[in-house]
Write a protein of this length. Structure first.
Length: 127
């Protein structure tokens, strides 16, 4: 039993992958904005004496990590990004499978046509 590949399904998957890629870029941009806000807050944080609250890079990095861990919006976006990346990978695999199946279908059809044309009289058409 041979499955007929629908080119429309291949096109739908390609469009869905493009949409996933755009969504991933938008999510990464939103995450970068949140991270930039936290970075600026940490860099400008002062203690009660007006001195920098985080005096070295390690302290700033640790504060940044903790703030991001406490940021619910950042956490939701991170999970959404992960899910979207997984969905895009799944669609990529499906698209590749459909393309290979379609290629095999075309090769099978070409072989069938060649076999049929071998049964035709000599010189038909232009052989």
């Amino acid at each position: 039993m041979q499955t007929i590949i629908q080119p429309e399904r291949i096109e739908e998957l390609a469009v869905a992958i493009t949409n996933d890629t755009r969504a991933i870029a938008a999510l990464r941009e939103q995450l970068a904005i949140i991270e930039a806000h936290h970075t600026l807050d940490i860099q400008s944080a002062k203690d009660e004496h007006g001195k920098p609250q985080y005096t070295n890079e390690d302290a700033r990095r640790a504060a940044h990590t903790l703030r991001l861990a406490d940021d619910e919006h950042h956490r939701r976006l991170t999970l959404k990004l992960r899910d979207t990346e997984q969905e895009r990978a799944r669609r990529d695999a499906s698209l590749e499978r459909l393309r290979r199946e379609f290629k095999l279908y075309v090769l099978d059809r070409q072989e069938a046509i060649t076999r049929t044309s071998d049964d035709l009289p000599s010189g038909f058409p232009y052989k």
